[in-house]
Design a protein around this ligand. Sequence first.
Ligand code: NAD
Ligand code: UGA
Length: 369
Amino acid sequence: MSEEKTVCIVGVAGFIGSHLLEKIIRERTWNVLGCDMVSPLKIQQLLGAEKKWAGRFSFTQMDIVKEPAKLKELIKQSDVVINLAAICNPSEYIKQPVNTINSNFTDAQDCINFCVEHDKHLIHFSTCEIYGRPLSSYGLPADEPKNYLLDEETTPMIMGPVSAQRWCYACAKQLVERLIYAHGTENNLKFTIVRPYNWIGPRMDYIPGVDGKDDGQPRVLASFMTALMKEEPLVLVNGGEVFRTFCAVEDAIDAVMKMVENPEKSQGHAFNVGNPDNNIKVADLAELMINMYSEITGKPKGTTRTVSGVEYYGPGYEDSDLRIPSMRLIQQQLGWTPPTSLKSAMEATMKVFIEKYADKVADLKRGQA
Ligand code: NAD
Ligand code: UGA
């Protein structure tokens, strides 16, 4: 199980990278070569010469686009390469669609090519968004599982028109999946593709004005936490009528560990990694978080307000209405089932956000008053 190996994590200082690194470094004896273009704030707790794993982890701050030779060197020294680097925030898909496409497709190619050249196992992070909208949202009967359950090997992928720029991210991820698959057939690339479904946990995104751009729009968890801590209404985009299945990041990281440790079962596949039991309407998520925040802090309950998608994100915003992962393949190949309920994942995550940010947000509010 704990066979020695060297893992290269590209995008190690992001949300998922920080959790993956922590798991590997604390619970395995592997070496990790991590790189990211941002400073390593989210992995600061793991850095330092005094840490017992210090000799097993190195961090290189670099943009993989600008320093391909360095990336190649890291990949050459590794057994497994996990590529997390990407623009993956819906507010960016509309504001900077060219960068979004390049980041998710063009910039992923060096990593793929170096893995082909040096015969490394590539674990590439894609997204559940590659399915687009389920068939049920195009009028097919909503009570038939084949019209809403997203299965890796049978579900067609249907996205909106080109002018709906929301889909540029999903489309770029889908094309990079197809490129990886093609390298698998033509050049024997050993690959595994991960399709996350709204993983949540501490260190996800940022709080605008505290550790991110003042006018930033993080993903829903951090957006709702920002509103709660600032005592402002939570924004429900288009009324919060759509659904998401949320998965606790620690459960999801266990799935990735199984992919690394069981290459014979994970290679050649794309896996849904989500929790179908944690499906919730966004408006109900807001209510859950409002109630939980009030219980944790003793403060009065917050409120919500509705804003249109175009107003909130800009023209070209469309949304997935429902995305429920089929667990068939991942259970069959890796025996993985996520145990954590939405309530328990959310409570633990909210407590960490409050501990980390509540005072800073209060200072920010006082400064603005
Ligand atoms: P994140 O933004 O927190 O992490 C991505 C990291 O990649 C960042 O630290 C960023 O600085 C780095 N990066 C981006 N471009 C880079 C470059 N050119 N050179 C070096 N580093 C670069 O995002 P995350 O939530 O951790 O997501 C990681 C991956 O998983 C992404 O590919 C994303 O599309 C995918 N994904 C995540 C989720 C989720 O639930 N969080 C869902 C679907 C897909
Ligand atoms: C995200 C991103 O595309 C990727 O990170 C990833 O591929 C994927 O989800 C995933 O995590 O699986 P999305 O779920 O739309 O897409 O991102 P969020 O910003 O978390 O939004 C979830 C829902 O909440 C959307 O319907 C959005 O409109 C809504 N929302 C978001 C609000 O109602 N209010 C907000 O303040 C923010």
